[in-house]
Design a protein around this ligand. Structure first.
Ligand SMILES: *Cc1c(COP(=O)(O)O)cnc(C)c1O
Length: 390
């Protein structure tokens, strides 16, 4: 079995994806075997599959303080973001053709906005400060009468930086625009209440909080103060209140629902445990000379640290770390490797961005793993710096 080999990996790339929680896996199993019916079928087996979907929908709704009818299941956050932004652009065309977002968003948001620009929608990409946070005056100044949507992520996937979305939502609403958040890195890890926070649309994904890949969703407000109406991206049998047709991924949705339940019950415990690991990791890594943390020190989720090791190449560090899985934010385009757009937007030089590593922790990590990761990182960075001809 692969397991014996895999267990040697120290997995600190939980913002890319998390391992599936065994409880979620177990909950999914019957829906691959005996409970194989289409959740839309009227017979007994169908309604039994549908019951699994309904439970999951209620779990997700409860987690975020929504009504079950406001949850639209999709294949993940990328699809949810596409559905939301394209749906709004299409349905609110009569009101305006302007959308506001932030330059450090995930490509799911940035690429969708870029596509809409080619269709005549005007997009404002707000800058961030050196801590990765938007300026409220700039948010306010960017919203106009014809602004239909303000979309700002809650937690940044590369740095963990938390944007002040409640304030942003208030400003957006005061000016008659809807507020959306890509909360993919936040859902299941920190408390979110859509009503209190003024969220009209919110994308999330199961595999970022120990659920299965291929199951996520979009929260779409259907109650006061802003009843949102969006058109479909995928047309077909009218599933998911007409917003996302196609036979439901019942095992995936059930797994997402179970991961949600596990997250609700263990959120505080996870936070305490992971905070302690991150604190140790960060403190020890910062003992290495010429290192610094990228992103706001306090306005940041507890599971991530993004560290710049000046003068050491991140790709070389990752290669040398071998069985330790970490990430650098650089994206490989077909021609060349670009430095992380998030770090560059925060004002890092390309060299510093190329020398930065993201450690993203999960509930399965142990202090022993973190100690090993620190030690190996220290040796690697020292070696790489020593090899460098100056
Ligand atoms: C992972 C991620 C996505 C994409 O989610 P998928 O479910 O893999 O499509 C979108 N936004 C953020 C912030 C993410 O971290």
């Amino acid at each position: 079995m692969v397991r014996a080999h895999m267990s040697k990996i120290i997995y600190l790339d939980n913002n890319a994806t998390t391992p599936l929680d065994p409880r979620a896996f177990e909950a999914m199993m019957p829906y691959f075997t005996e409970q194989y019916a289409n959740a839309a079928s009227n017979h007994q087996l169908g309604s039994s599959a549908n019951q699994g979907v309904r439970n999951a929908r209620e779990n997700v709704a409860e987690l975020i303080g929504a009504d079950a009818s406001e949850i639209i299941f999709t294949s993940g956050a990328t699809e949810a973001v596409n559905l939301a932004i394209k749906g709004i652009a299409e349905s609110y065309l009569g009101k305006g053709k302007h959308i506001v977002t932030v330059s450090t968003e995930h490509p799911a948001v940035l690429d969708t906005c870029q596509y809409l620009e080619s269709k005549g929608i005007e997009i404002t990409y707000l800058p961030v400060d050196e801590n990765g946070i938007v300026n409220m005056d700039e948010v306010e100044g960017s919203i106009r009468n014809e602004t239909i949507l303000v979309s700002v992520m809650l937690v940044n996937n590369e740095t963990g930086v938390i944007q002040p979305i409640e304030e942003i939502a208030t400003v957006a609403h005061n000016k008659g625009a809807l507020f959306m958040t890509d909360a993919t890195q936040a859902v299941g890890k920190m408390p979110i209440k859509v009503n209190e926070m003024g969220i009209d649309l919110m994308a999330f994904s199961g595999h970022k909080f120990y659920g299965p890949k291929g199951a996520g969703g979009l929260y779409v407000r259907s109650r006061r103060p802003n009843k949102v109406k969006i058109g479909a991206l995928v047309h077909g049998g009218g599933h998911e209140r007409g917003m996302r047709s196609g036979t439901l991924n019942v095992p995936g949705i059930v797994g997402l629902g179970k991961a949600t339940e596990v997250a609700v019950n263990g959120m505080k415990e996870d936070r305490i445990k992971i905070t302690e690991l991150r604190q140790y990791l960060e403190r020890e890594l910062l003992r290495i000379p010429d290192t610094l943390v990228n992103g706001h020190h306090n306005e940041r989720l507890y599971n991530v640290t993004n560290i710049c090791f000046r003068g050491a190449d991140a790709d070389a560090i990752i290669a040398a770390l071998e069985d330790i899985a970490v990430s650098n934010g650089s994206a490989c385009s077909s021609v060349k490797v670009e430095p992380s757009h998030v770090l560059v937007e925060m004002g890092l030089s390309p060299e510093d961005a190329y020398s930065s590593i993201r450690y993203s922790l999960g509930r399965q990590n142990t202090m022993e793993e973190i100690r090993t990761a620190v030690e190996k990182t220290r040796l690697t960075v020292e070696k790489l710096r020593a090899m460098k001809v100056v």
